[in-house]
Design a protein around this ligand. Structure first.
Ligand SMILES: [Zn+2]
Length: 465
């Protein structure tokens, strides 16, 4: 059926998917050699076809020929979102592709202005193949019944709908699933939050039950919304083997809740609009395997590779993208490096849980970095807090905004302030505001922290965006 769907729609996914899946049996050295081979070819290509990288390499005094080992590669300059935005499209799109038929995409995010980039249909299909390949690790092989949940911002044409239908993939648009403005950030909450559109949740649950998927794949927020509906109404009939959460941070309480309510194994997938699948858990759940046959993923702390156990910023090079290449690109996420090996037999290196967007980092005076998740943990433990947001507009001031339940008292407020102060230190002013509601961006990513204080990972310098 998959082949028939490809023939009918002109899509090309299966061959790439199978080729990628075959890499599961390669040894670590073989993967490293493949990665190096692809990297060398990529650097040659971008030097000749992408003015932005050519200029950056020249400024650093490096030609592709000079890159003879990983140490040389690490001398290439890092690329920021800001750099790409300033050079888009003429300087960053390969010159021979600039006037061809391309698809423009936009990243989401509330703290950064969105990033525009282009791909072609081949890259689009490669992205699908990469995602399907990791879904295979979650036990879903090509063509198995599947449900995909997500906010769909672009209108999908007939060809996409036909392809999804023929390949037994049900796609549900969740943009309007959670209606109002209070984020579902307290997964321990067992009541149905009033922001879920119950009619829609009911319709979606019935469609999912009829689809009988082996796997449900979507944003944590949307999976939690359906879980809340199922628990509230006692809905039965959705029994996937696996739930794969992506695009948002999967906290431990959220994972446990999804496992219990869906009765399924939960897998964490790390991806982004620019890179559909970067790393994913396998059946052992021993961290996330980086797809190092497709990317070079570096975790950088203090301008060098993070040591095992150390948290750093994720820097990505996409080894296959020749349309608008991303080389040593600061994606804006934080992860922990590890040198553990996995007992599943796959040699793809592991990284630990993505701890948050780096735009979800609170920068304390003196350049100390505090991940927003640490605040989230404190706030999620407080039963009287329904929702929260941390706002940092100045380096020495933090405003904690909360939506409370009726049981909230001023003692709770004092204890909360004390715990936050203990985390941020004396040199930062902490204020607490009770608000009736929190307006969030409909993309619902990066919702714990709204900070306009940016920082520079290499220089440790802080600057206003
Ligand atoms: Zn594994």
């Amino acid at each position: 059926m998959y082949r028939a769907a490809e023939r009918l729609t002109g899509r090309r996914i299966e061959a790439t998917y199978r080729a990628l899946l075959a890499h599961d049996t390669l040894g670590a050295d073989e993967i490293r050699a493949l990665q190096w081979h692809k990297l060398k070819a990529l650097l040659e290509d971008v030097y000749s076809s992408v003015p932005f990288y050519r200029r950056r390499f020249e400024e650093a005094g490096i030609r592709p020929d000079d890159v003879r080992g990983w140490e040389d590669f690490r001398r290439l300059p890092l690329t920021s979102k800001r750099d790409i935005k300033a050079a888009y499209p003429h300087e960053v799109v390969a010159s021979d592709r600039l006037h061809t038929r391309l698809i423009e995409r936009v990243t989401t995010g509330t703290t950064d202005a969105p990033l525009r980039f282009v791909i072609d249909t081949e890259m689009f299909d490669l992205g699908v193949a990469r995602a399907l390949r990791v879904l295979d690790w979650a036990g879903s092989t090509l063509g198995d019944r599947m449900v995909q949940l997500g906010p769909i911002r672009e209108r999908r044409g007939l060809q996409h709908r036909l392809f999804a239908h023929m390949t037994q993939r049900l796609v549900l648009d969740t943009l309007a699933l959670t209606t109002s403005s209070t984020p579902l950030c307290c997964p321990a909450d067992t009541s149905v939050p009033d922001q879920i559109d119950l009619d829609r949740a009911g319709r979606y649950c019935r469609s999912i039950a009829a689809q009988r998927p082996g796997l449900i794949y979507g944003y944590v927020t949307d999976l939690l919304a359906l879980a809340a509906y199922i628990e509230h109404t006692g809905f039965t009939g959705i029994r996937p083997r696996a739930v794969v959460s992506s695009a948002e941070i999967l906290t431990d309480p959220a994972r446990r809740r999804l496992e219990t309510i869906f009765g399924a194994e939960v897998f964490d997938l790390y991806g982004a609009t620019e890179f559909p699948a970067i790393a994913c858990e396998c059946e052992v759940h021993n961290g996330l395997h980086v797809l190092s046959d497709s990317y070079v993923v570096e975790i950088i702390s203090d301008g060098r590779d993070a040591s095992p156990g150390e948290t750093g910023e994720v820097v990505i090079t996409d080894l296959d993208n020749r349309v608008m290449p991303f080389i040593r690109y600061r994606i804006g996420d934080a992860a922990r490096a590890t040198d553990r090996r996995c007992s599943c037999g796959r040699s793809f290196p592991l990284i630990d849980m993505i701890e948050g967007r780096t735009s979800e980092v609170v920068v304390a005076p003196g350049g100390r970095l505090l991940l927003a998740r640490r605040f989230a943990t404190i706030l999620q433990e407080m039963e009287d807090v329904r929702a929260f947001r941390i706002v940092q507009e100045r380096i020495d001031r933090l405003d904690v905004q909360i939506v409370t339940r009726p049981s909230w008292t001023s003692q709770h407020g004092e204890s909360l302030i004390q715990r936050i102060r203990a985390l941020v230190g004396e040199d930062m002013e902490v204020t607490l505001s009770q608000v009736p509601d929190l307006a969030v961006d409909p993309s619902r990513k990066e919702r714990y922290l709204y900070s306009s204080v940016e920082y520079d990972i290499v220089g440790g310098r802080c600057y206003r965006s």
